[in-house]
Design a protein around this ligand. Sequence first.
Ligand SMILES: *[C@@H]1O[C@H](CO)[C@@H](O)[C@H](O)[C@H]1NC(C)=O
Ligand SMILES: *[C@@H]1O[C@H](CO)[C@@H](O)[C@H](O)[C@H]1NC(C)=O
Ligand SMILES: *[C@@H]1O[C@H](CO)[C@@H](O)[C@H](O)[C@H]1NC(C)=O
Ligand SMILES: *[C@@H]1O[C@H](CO)[C@@H](O)[C@H](O)[C@H]1NC(C)=O
Ligand SMILES: *[C@@H]1O[C@H](CO)[C@@H](O)[C@H](O)[C@H]1NC(C)=O
Ligand SMILES: *[C@@H]1O[C@H](CO)[C@@H](O)[C@H](O)[C@H]1NC(C)=O
Ligand SMILES: *[C@@H]1O[C@H](CO)[C@@H](O)[C@H](O)[C@H]1NC(C)=O
Ligand SMILES: *[C@@H]1O[C@H](CO)[C@@H](O)[C@H](O)[C@H]1NC(C)=O
Ligand SMILES: *[C@@H]1O[C@H](CO)[C@@H](O)[C@H](O)[C@H]1NC(C)=O
Ligand SMILES: *[C@@H]1O[C@H](CO)[C@@H](O)[C@H](O)[C@H]1NC(C)=O
Length: 416
Amino acid sequence: MRLHTGLASVGALLLPFASAQSPGGTGSSNVSSSLGPDENGFYWVYSEGLSAAFNPYGASIAKLLIHDKYGVERDVVAGFDNATAYSLDAAHPHLGGVPGRYANRIQNSTFEIDGETYHVNPNENPTPDAPDGADTLHGGHDGWDYRNFTVVSHTNDSITFSIVDPDGDQGFPGEVISYITYTLTDFTWDFKMVAIATTKKTPIMLSSHTYWNLDGFANNETNTALNHTFYLPYSGQRVGVDNILIPTGDIVANKQGSVNDFWSAPKQIGADLQSSEAEGNCGFNCTGYDTCWIINRGQDGPYDWRAEGGFVARLQSAWSGIQVDVYTDQEAFQMYSCNGQNGTMPLKTTQGLVDNEDFPRTIPQYGCLVMEVEDWIDAINHPEWQRETKQIFGPGGDPYVLQASYVFSINDTATS
Ligand SMILES: *[C@@H]1O[C@H](CO)[C@@H](O)[C@H](O)[C@H]1NC(C)=O
Ligand SMILES: *[C@@H]1O[C@H](CO)[C@@H](O)[C@H](O)[C@H]1NC(C)=O
Ligand SMILES: *[C@@H]1O[C@H](CO)[C@@H](O)[C@H](O)[C@H]1NC(C)=O
Ligand SMILES: *[C@@H]1O[C@H](CO)[C@@H](O)[C@H](O)[C@H]1NC(C)=O
Ligand SMILES: *[C@@H]1O[C@H](CO)[C@@H](O)[C@H](O)[C@H]1NC(C)=O
Ligand SMILES: *[C@@H]1O[C@H](CO)[C@@H](O)[C@H](O)[C@H]1NC(C)=O
Ligand SMILES: *[C@@H]1O[C@H](CO)[C@@H](O)[C@H](O)[C@H]1NC(C)=O
Ligand SMILES: *[C@@H]1O[C@H](CO)[C@@H](O)[C@H](O)[C@H]1NC(C)=O
Ligand SMILES: *[C@@H]1O[C@H](CO)[C@@H](O)[C@H](O)[C@H]1NC(C)=O
Ligand SMILES: *[C@@H]1O[C@H](CO)[C@@H](O)[C@H](O)[C@H]1NC(C)=O
């Protein structure tokens, strides 16, 4: 059990407030208790301290409800109010889904396996020479998080989705069959992603692409997440990238005190964004983070990724008091600080402030952050990293497996 000692008492403390009204809430607590989808097409899962709604589209998390330090229920992930909206949204910001079959970017939309070169669908950074794009992001223009998964099992505390990704889809070799299971236990969201290459060798890398705002977008002092505190205790290094965020092959040091240093101490997301070093840190003309940090734990000897205190990332908001500790078996961690948000994405009815003239009911730039557990990005184009067994899978070999646990608590002492 990874429950922090203080946590059980926090849970007990909050119970008397369990019926407190969420300010933006038009019934966030009024959820279907029966199995099967609710009237919005979402599947609800419950545990002590948490409830969550999942959507077959992209196997995405649509709502995650937790009570803040005042006992007010907050929905801390971005999304839409109903399942239909996800397929209609042209901007498709990969809201809460599973990017696949290969998350993040593939340089030049090509890779080689056993001497054979494969071309996959380009869908990012169009140029005159490459009008569809210079690279592939999140598995192509019809990647897994553009598809409706099948619900194979749904209980009060867990849901399993499956997908069959055919041979040749988006240009990838061979069929892949995958199962995504989300489970809620006390104050914890667990996920397990398994994928099997049934016919040919193929790259596989999955993740959860969830947008967080631990204030439920209801902070009445700021509508950004720049005051969230972030900590990556094992991440003294990151993957070096070019100005369209394609890995160069270099593994770069995050020197103490530099913009990308979140290892030496917890730091607010916005703490260094005024520094000139932050300009271009997330690509051409971009100030902020879209960074893949390396998780380096082996130096302390063998480790159990589930061991209490062994979180690889911690995100906190002093305003709501909500803290989430991320535990995972993965060896890289991407954080994107919503640099590209521009106030066009609406909040859900479960989020934001009611009748507040300062903050429109939309997500501004830096209004959220995405945290992704994954493997080293684009390692399929960097054999010198020697990660083939983590990224290339074939019939008869080991399956791809990703596991993570997001452990929530109330911590009033986050640096502010
Ligand atoms: C809760 O759900 C019931 C049944 O669908 C509905 O009649 C009621 O208005 C809902 N309450 C709120 C606060 O949304
Ligand atoms: C579902 O789980 C919640 C939280 O653990 C519990 O309060 C509730 O009674 C459960 N409902 C059913 C139908 O088992
Ligand atoms: C679904 O949600 C979207 C925005 O989240 C809203 O614009 C739309 O009207 C909703 N559709 C239905 C049928 O409720
Ligand atoms: C996914 O399912 C929803 C129904 O919940 C439907 O409206 C939508 O068109 C489907 N999208 C795709 C891409 O199949
Ligand atoms: C805001 O971002 C959306 C999605 O990327 C884009 O479609 C829209 O054109 C942008 N609007 C402005 C005003 O920049
Ligand atoms: C990029 O891919 C194209 C084929 O799609 C190939 O002709 C070209 O040489 C590749 N460029 C690099 C730098 O690998
Ligand atoms: C802001 O929200 C906090 C927490 O809900 C509350 O204590 C405070 O009074 C609010 N401030 C304003 C100016 O509304
Ligand atoms: C955000 O943090 C900065 C210090 O990094 C502080 O000056 C500011 O008051 C904080 N704002 C809010 C709304 O907490
Ligand atoms: C850089 O970004 C700013 C703000 O997003 C924009 O106004 C400007 O046009 C961009 N400059 C270039 C050269 O793209
Ligand atoms: C609460 O947050 C502070 C500041 O980041 C940290 O030092 C402390 O360990 C946290 N407490 C718990 C129980 O997680």
